[in-house]
Design a protein around this ligand. Structure first.
Ligand SMILES: Nc1ncnc2c1ncn2[C@@H]1O[C@H](COP(=O)(O)OP(=O)(O)O)[C@@H](O)[C@H]1O
Ligand SMILES: [Mg+2]
Length: 291
């Protein structure tokens, strides 16, 4: 049985993509899990991080991205083929990982965003069921499916939520970045009323780009912890992802990077240690909730 997790925040630039890709790589390499990343963000950042720009361009020209899937449902065409669109070897780690797959996004998504509501008129399915219908027979091929969502709760994100068991909110621990969390939680609760099967639950909030010497970060974290204790949010992850320059390197699909330590750095308060413990925490919570 697969565990499907959407990574969501209403703000861009809070580390959603970095955390999605890192979790996918740590789950695949250190825990030998079969992982699928679904890139729903028109920014296409996790796609480029996992397969590089050249491969993305090739696939985009061949109609092998989720843009083609959604466009089909607007235009009533049948161009998208799931089997050909899943990339079955991704990441620059160890020259490519066979157990880390990707459903790529496309920058072209932007062109159809305003037309997604017309799916109602052409297709016989609800606009937030498009992804579900396409991937439902594939989800069980994976232990973990991680969905990188755009920074809003529009139809594309709802497609991600609709197949998810959990959602994870990465947030920079300051007022502006945590301000929207109650709104996300209440919007997802509303969405659950129309969701086809089961409810999508908050797995927790993860502090991103944390700086221990910034007092604002520490007070915000104390306040989030208190909200978790009061039941307003499921939990604040113990792991805090530090602000570290390696994050920018990791976003690039560079050759010659082999190990997780090379990619995420291994000195001092490193991203390597943070993502390692974040992946372990995530596995523990999912297992606890399942049993
Ligand atoms: N822990 C971190 N430390 C330093 N920079 C980071 C960290 N996480 C992300 N970044 C950088 O911040 C920018 C936004 O991160 P990204 O993961 O793309 O956010 P989002 O997907 O929420 O828009 C990127 O340039 C990324 O490399
Ligand atoms: Mg992103």
């Amino acid at each position: 049985m697969s565990t499907v997790i959407s990574i969501i925040n209403l703000k861009g630039g809070v580390g959603k993509t970095t955390i999605t890709v890192a979790l996918a790589e740590f789950l695949a390499v250190e825990h030998h899990k079969r992982v699928l990343v679904i890139d729903l963000d028109p920014q296409t950042n996790s796609t480029v991080a996992l397969i590089g720009e050249d491969e993305w361009k090739r696939r985009n020209e061949g109609g092998q991205t989720l843009y083609a899937l959604f466009k089909d449902h607007i235009d009533d065409t049948y161009t998208f083929e799931m089997d050909k669109s899943i990339v079955r070897r991704t990441s620059n780690l160890f020259g490519g990982l066979d157990n880390l797959h990707l459903l790529p996004s496309s920058l072209d998504f932007v062109k159809i965003q305003d037309r997604l509501i017309y799916i109602w008129q052409t297709a016989l399915i609800r606009p937030f069921d498009v992804l579900k219908n396409a991937v439902k027979n594939h989800l069980d091929d994976y232990d973990y499916v991680l969905i990188d969502c755009p920074p809003n709760l529009g139809i594309v994100t709802q497609n991600g939520l609709n197949i998810s068991d959990w959602y994870l909110i990465p947030a920079i621990p300051d007022h502006l970045s945590t301000y929207g969390i109650p709104q996300i939680i209440s919007s997802v609760k509303n969405f659950n009323r129309k969701k086809s099967s089961g409810e999508v639950q908050l797995l927790g909030v993860v502090a991103s780009m944390y700086r221990s010497n910034v007092s604002r970060h520490n007070t915000t974290l104390r306040s989030l912890k208190m909200q978790a204790e009061q039941g307003e949010l499921t939990r604040l992850f113990e792991t805090k992802v530090p602000l570290a320059s390696k994050a920018a390197d990791a976003a690039e699909y560079a050759e010659g990077v082999n190990t997780l330590k090379q990619k995420y750095g291994n000195s001092g308060n490193s991203l390597y240690e943070a993502f390692q413990s974040l992946a372990e925490e995530l596995i523990t919570y999912v297992q606890d909730e399942r049993s």
